[in-house]
Design a protein. Structure first.
Lengths: 546, 404
């Protein structure tokens, strides 16, 4: 039975992915006559915005990914083992939970010429009575977007790296290195990082793919004229005359992601060749405390930026009047959280119901899958979970939307919930798999010997022991669902408004203070989930008899 | 044998007729239904109203209308917030191509100008429903309501409100605002801060049309379809002007405000000096809700600015046509129009002729306080929109020149 359930799951998970890819490939070549009767590549390549937007996407994605990788490495080298490292371990998971769109909005309120940063120092230090004109946000070069991506993706990569540190035996490596006379930083660069990198490579590729195809953050922080490639494609896909062009673009984007992956591998080979030669040099080097301090400063600065972005959101949500260059609002109000929030009751309800559905079904599905795998009734195929994370959302979802249009399933709540599930379950399975596979089989055996049946063992022994990872995975599923913009937009056909959709679509015109409320709500929901995920296991542990 | 076949056929026809009648009762609303039938048919319907969702005051207004309609008629009004209604027109075109003639996703939509023109020429509207609305009797008798960007309306859409391009500035930073295209150029060249949203955002397109109206000598060409005009010759002064204007704007012609509303926010922040708006009373509403300082004022260019009317229409394949008609009718009630004219809630000019109203309804309008911040009543000459076809041509050329 569990084998059948496992196979059904595999089909449920792969069906939209295969259909989605087909739904992008067919119209791109004009093979889906009701939606697209002619191929779209010619028109795509003729669009004057094509090359500029491709270039912009590549530039922002590659620079942001390289910066996130460098910051991660820098943090590991300069902060590991210090008090800062312990702080980071506490601060990173909640920061990771804050959705991209919310951080983007906070960042806009922070770094604009009239933003909080300039207000903090004007006119006292800068002498500016009016906002400077030297820069604008969002800028046409895409640097605001890069900054947003870096402060969102670095915590993700850093946590992934931190999780791998025990496996590369950091302390032992440091000890050996020091004994051989290498400076600590050299121990990292010569001994630890070469082992660590292959273990975080997949996470890095996920980030790269995400940065290349991100839509919500690019709409908010990216240039508009031309926008990034995926935003350009989004503006095309809703115009039915352009379905073929948009699908062709989605394929170009996927191919672009593939090419960038390939270049990453080649770059990797080059660097490991150079690094090997340097290792052979035997050069020991000195510890450089100045660099260490500087690097710690960069790390703290990045963290401060995220935290301040969220604080700015909260302040704006309570402001009535807050003009440049006042450091704080001159008039405060609760009105935006009171009467105004009432207007968002319906999107909030949709957000919550989608998130709960996603959470419950992702957890149940992951448990079924891992149980089947544990009993050797299913092959161990972790790679399939990475597919939706590595294929650009635009490519998958344009096709999924096309198929939904053809089958009349667009605009249905269940279609939206389904898409959230597909994007949440990979994280849930990958988080739970570690704990599931590590759990000592003797727990099971002992309980079985004592006469407990399968279900009893599962519910009374295995799951209670797993409560911590299950709660964490549930919180992640909820956070993923709350943040979903593109799936909700494309499959919801405008009929299922969520907080994420409200935030992005109404950004340009709406009252900044209401936007701040929306972004705060979007940040708070996953944070509550993370607090609960920490609290529930503790609560149940206390109640269990010793 | 013959008799059996005949009976069979009769039986079949009876079944078919019965089926048709049930369908009719359950789903179909016809243009010649009486208003009472419409009210009855609408009960329990959900009307998906696709409307631009970029202004939170407008969103609040629609949300208020939804509450009132639910109370009055047992109809649920769902506001589907759209970035650009042209997308919805495109979706309807696609639905028409694949033959999806019933159960459409859109019941009512907010349109005008080139989008209405596209719907009319593509037969995407349901029909002349606007003639059937009881409240239509109080509408102004004016060309502004019977033609939409020079295209005859013919009852295919129902008027909802008026609009005019205006400028909002802060008297604390700008003593004397520019009152013509030429003065605007001088203003930005001498350190004045200005920006407009990039076309095809409609306020951006309107700004470009406004400049064209002032800069070209050939006004007759603008009233005709663009295909009949010498586009390059008519628009040449416009591009010369913009080439000089753009490097001096906020964003240096490389970054653009994401909407007209954000120019208002930028005036409050001090990033720019003059905001553009398509609502003569916007400043008043913004001051009252704490989004602009009390020192702002609203004005138009000396020779006038472009104004137009916006409408709602029902697509040919709408699911809840009866409900959509009730909503369209509610939108032109004195209650809904007076609230819409009040800058506290929305604040755009009404489409009703106050002389057609009862005294109590008239009183609803006279109690509205516009304040000193709105465009003073009676000031600001309204210039007609160019023919609907100009918008797309201008947007295309603008994007080609300044889009990347």
């Amino acid at each position: 039975m569990i084998r059948t359930a496992g196979y059904i799951l595999a089909v449920l998970f792969s069906l939209p992915i295969i259909a989605g890819l087909l739904g992008s490939v067919l119209p791109a070549f004009g093979l889906l006559p009701p939606l697209a009767a002619t191929e779209g590549f010619t028109e795509l390549f003729a669009d004057p915005r094509f090359w500029p937007s491709i270039f912009l996407s590549l530039k922002t994605a590659v620079i942001a990914t390289l910066l996130a990788l460098s910051l991660t490495m820098l943090t590991l080298v300069c902060a590991h083992g210090t008090r800062l490292w312990r702080w980071l371990n506490g601060l990173l998971p909640p920061l990771l939970a804050v959705p991209h769109a919310a951080i983007a909005v906070g960042l806009l309120f922070l770094i604009a010429p009239s933003g909080w940063f300039v207000r903090l120092f004007s006119p006292s230090i800068t002498g500016w009575e009016r906002p400077p004109t030297a820069w604008v946000v969002p800028d046409s070069g895409g640097w605001s977007l890069i900054l947003g991506l870096v402060i969102k993706e670095t915590p993700f990569l850093l946590l992934a790296a931190a999780a791998q540190l025990p496996a590369v035996k950091v302390d032992a490596a440091l000890r050996i290195g020091r004994t051989l006379g290498y400076a600590p930083a050299r121990c990292w660069s010569r001994l630890i990082l070469p082992q660590l990198y292959p273990r975080i490579r997949l996470t890095l590729l996920i980030i790269l793919a995400f940065n290349l195809s991100v839509v919500d953050m690019a709409i908010l922080l990216g240039p508009g004229n031309p926008p990034t490639f995926s935003v350009l494609l989004l503006s095309l896909v809703n115009d039915p005359g352009s379905r073929a062009v948009a699908s062709a673009g989605a394929l170009v984007l996927a191919a672009g992601v593939g090419l960038v992956f390939l270049s990453t591998f080649m770059l990797e080979k080059l660097i490991s060749y150079l690094a090997a030669r340097r290792r052979e040099s035997g050069h020991r080097g000195n510890a450089l405390p100045v660099w260490r301090g500087l690097a710690q400063g960069v790390v703290i600065g990045g963290l401060l930026l995220s935290v301040l972005a969220i604080v700015t959101l909260l302040i704006w949500s309570f402001a009535r009047r807050w003009r440049f260059p006042n450091i704080l609002p001159t008039e405060w109000t609760m009105q935006h959280w009171g009467s105004r929030l009432g207007e968002f009751a319906s999107p909030l309800f949709t957000t919550l119901t989608l998130a709960l559905f996603t959470m419950i079904f992702a957890i149940v599905a992951a448990i079924i899958w891992l149980e089947a795998e544990r009993q050797n009734k299913l092959p161990k195929i972790d790679w399939i979970w990475y597919v939706p994370l590595l294929v650009p959302q635009v490519t998958l979802l344009f096709g999924w939307q096309a198929m939904a249009l053809l089958t009349g399933t667009d605009g249905k709540w269940l279609s939206v919930a389904y898409s959230h599930w597909v994007y949440a379950i990979p994280y849930v399975v990958l988080i739970l798999a570690v704990a599931w596979r590590e759990l000592d089989p003797n727990w099971n055996n002992a309980a079985s010997v004592l006469g407990a049946g399968y279900w009893r063992v599962l519910f009374r022994v295995r799951l209670p022991l797993m409560i911590k990872p299950v709660c964490q995975a549930a919180a992640v599923a909820l956070a993923v669902s709350v943040a979903q913009y593109l799936p909700t937009l494309l499959l919801g056909a405008g009929r299922h408004q969520t907080i994420a959709i409200e935030l992005v679509t109404s950004f340009g015109g709406v009252d900044r203070r209401v936007i701040a409320v929306l972004a705060s709500v979007q940040s708070v929901l996953p944070l509550i989930a993370f607090v609960l995920a920490l609290w529930i296991p503790v609560y149940f542990k206390v109640k269990r008899p010793a | 044998m013959k008799i059996i076949t005949l009976t069979k056929n009769l039986f079949k026809s009876a079944l078919l007729a019965a089926a048709l009648m049930t369908t009719h009762q359950a789903f179909s609303t016809e243009l010649d239904d009486s208003w009472d039938q419409t009210i009855e048919a609408a009960k329990g319907q959900t009307v998906y109203f696709n409307a631009w969702g970029g202004s939170d005051r407008i969103n609040s207004y629609i949300s208020w209308a939804a509450d009132r309609i639910a109370e009055e008629y047992d109809v649920t009004l769902e506001h589907v917030k759209i970035g650009d209604i042209a997308e919805v027109v495109g979706q309807l075109e696609a639905a028409k191509t694949v033959g999806k003639n019933t159960d459409g996703n859109v019941d009512l939509m907010w349109v005008n100008g080139e989008n209405f023109a596209a719907m009319k020429s593509g037969n995407l509207t349901w029909g002349p429903f606007a003639y059937n609305l009881p409240n239509a009797s109080a509408l102004k008798a004016s060309d502004a309501l019977t033609t939409d960007f020079s295209v005859p309306v013919e009852g295919l859409e129902s008027p909802w409100g008026g609009a005019q391009l205006v400028f909002i500035y802060d008297t604390a930073t700008v003593p004397e605002p520019p009152k013509s295209a030429a003065e605007l150029l001088e203003f930005v060249k001498t350190g004045g801060r200005f920006a407009y949203p990039a076309p095809p955002i409609f306020q951006g397109t309107t700004m470009v049309k406004q400049l064209l109206l002032e800069l070209t000598d050939n006004h007759d060409a603008l009233a005709q379809p663009v295909q009949e005009a010498d586009f390059a010759a008519v628009t040449e002064p416009l591009w010369n002007y913009l080439d000089q204007l753009h490097p001096n704007l906020w964003g240096k012609g490389k970054s653009w405000p994401s909407s007209a509303e954000s120019t208002r926010q930028m005036v409050d922040d001090g990033e720019i000096d003059i905001a553009i708006s398509f609502n003569p009373n916007e400043a008043s509403a913004a001051v009252k809700s704490g989004q602009l300082p009390e020192s702002v004022r609203t004005y138009t260019f000396e020779k006038g600015t472009i104004g137009n009317t916006h409408f709602v229409t029902i697509p040919y394949n709408a699911t809840a046509k009866a409900g959509a008609m009730l909503v369209a009718n509610f939108f032109i009630s004195a209650e809904a129009q007076s609230r819409k004219a009040d800058p506290q809630y929305w604040g755009d000019p009404t489409v009703l002729d106050l002389d057609n109203l009862s005294d109590s309804d008239k009183a609803l309008f006279s109690s509205i306080d516009l304040g000193p911040w709105a465009l003073p009543i009676g000031s600001g000459i309204v210039l007609p929109e160019p023919h609907a076809s100009w918008a797309e041509a201008l947007e295309g050329e603008w994007l080609k020149r300044y889009g990347n």
